[in-house]
Ligand binder design. Structure first.
Ligand code: PLP
Length: 210
């Protein structure tokens, strides 16, 4: 695809390194933020987990793709199909590199997190949910990360374990790690809560789960 896409590794470095974090540069990537909020001040948008705003690079790439390259992928031999296939494969490879996954085939695109969690619940978890098995969540999860697990457990005899959050909105990490045992099938938790602002120690919890 002719549109230049952002370098994801560089974007990730800039956006996570607080010493070089340039909020105005980040804001300029989002055309929607160039408007005032209801109080007349620059619009602040914090509801990304519900509906993420798209940076100009994404808007431009979509516009270019739909106006120039859109076609079936991995089937047609005509030029549009080949360009669409290249763009599709390139996007998958960029996401693989960004996530540090072994193969692009490990990266499954869904329309949102509820669909993604339901897919993991029904494909990976369901066959493993036997009496005595458990799934560990936290009390700060959105319904998208609660209801799919509740549904998939019905009639299996497995147990849902929920780690506590204190009155400041801080996760009881030690308590959560204590809920994980050899019968845990999945540990599923929000990294940064969009309701509380809490940043959970993902590395520590993932290490305990593994
Ligand atoms: C924190 C959080 N997680 C998950 C979801 C569900 O996301 P999706 O619409 O991608 O399924 C929402 C939607 O509002 C949300 O606010």
């Amino acid at each position: 695809m002719a549109t230049s896409l952002p370098n994801l590794e560089e974007a990730h470095r800039v956006h996570t390194d607080t010493t070089t974090y340039d909020i105005d540069a980040v804001r300029r990537d989002f055309p929607l933020l160039a408007q005032a909020g209801p109080d007349g001040r620059p619009l602040a948008y914090l509801d990304n987990a519900a509906s993420a705003q798209k940076p100009r690079q994404v808007l431009d790439a979509l516009q270019a793709f739909y106006t120039r390259d859109y076609a079936n992928i991995h089937r047609g031999v005509h030029s549009l199909s080949q360009r669409a296939t290249d763009a599709y494969d390139d996007a998958r490879e960029r996401v693989r590199a960004f996530l540090n996954a072994r193969e692009a085939a490990e990266c499954v695109f869904t329309r949102g997190s509820t669909e993604g969690v339901n897919l993991v619940a029904s494909s990976y978890a369901r066959p493993r949910l036997k009496p005595g098995a458990n799934i560990v969540l936290t009390r700060m999860e959105h319904h998208a990360n609660i209801v799919p697990w509740q549904l998939v457990m019905v009639g299996t005899g497995a147990e849902l374990r929920v780690a506590d959050v204190d009155s400041r909105g801080v996760l009881d990490v030690e308590g959560m790690i204590g809920l994980i045992d050899e019968n845990t099938v999945i540990v599923s938790f929000v990294h940064v809560s969009n309701a509380l602002g809490t940043i959970n120690p993902a590395k520590q919890i993932i290490a305990a789960a593994h």
